[in-house]
Design a protein around this ligand. Structure first.
Ligand code: HEC
Length: 191
């Protein structure tokens, strides 16, 4: 019995000490460009899914009509496109330097399969340690539902809503000239 307890203590201590030195010696990845830890994304996704399935509203008080979705498009262009990009864009300006990457919600990584309440939850609460902000204090619940409804229909938007999602000319022109040149070492690493 004594041996067993001794073994148990040592068995628990070694990983704890190992973990401490792993972090203390600066080996833990902290830069956005570092490779993910094994299981890092899997564990983060599991935690998020479990929490959301508990809390996400099951139905929307805002309908997916053209007016609401067009309002949602304005909310998107002003608050989300910097990270989540415009239609047809491969990666937004910010999407090149973040970890995890913000999915491009109007082109490659649509959330049209997600229940609208799940998207609403993410917009309202944000996703901790990812750069996805919670908009609870910045947008009204109606605005958050409008943008969530728009994203839920992103593959079949009415013409008026699509037009409201176009990249504003000011951004299209200003972005390349005001963009600071990326540091040398990043230039070589990133596609
Ligand atoms: C500063 C950058 C940033 C802004 C601004 C931002 N997001 Fe995000 N968002 C992210 C990142 C990064 C993720 C990925 C998080 C992850 O991998 O878990 C994300 C994830 C999401 C997701 C989950 C996507 C999925 O595939 O499950 C949704 C939905 C979303 N954002 C909607 C929005 C909306 C709507 C807005 C504007 C109201 C917005 N975001 C503004 C960075 C941003």
């Amino acid at each position: 019995m004594k041996k067993f307890i001794f073994g148990l203590i040592v068995g628990l201590l070694i990983p704890a000490i190992g973990g401490y030195f792993y972090i203390k010696l600066g080996m833990m990845p902290v830069a956005t460009a570092s490779a993910p830890l094994p299981m890092e994304e899997k564990i983060a996704k599991m935690a998020l899914k479990a929490r959301i399935s508990k809390e996400a509203p099951k139905s929307s008080p805002v309908t997916a009509d053209e007016t609401n979705m067009t309002q949602g498009a304005h909310v998107y262009v002003e608050n989300c496109a910097f990270c989540h990009g415009f239609a047809g864009e491969k990666a937004s300006f910010a999407a090149k330097g973040m970890f995890p990457l913000p999915p491009q919600l109007l082109s490659e990584d649509m959330v049209t399969d997600d229940p609208v309440g799940v998207t609403f939850w993410k917009v309202e609460n944000g996703i901790r340690l990812t750069g996805m902000p919670g908009f609870k204090d910045m947008l009204t619940p109606t605005q958050m539902w409008q943008v969530s409804q728009m994203l839920a229909q992103a593959d079949k938007l009415p013409v008026q809503t699509k037009a409201a999602l176009a990249k504003p000319a000011a951004i299209a022109v200003a972005a390349p000239s005001t963009a600071p040149a990326p540091p040398e070492q990043q230039k070589t690493k990133r596609k």
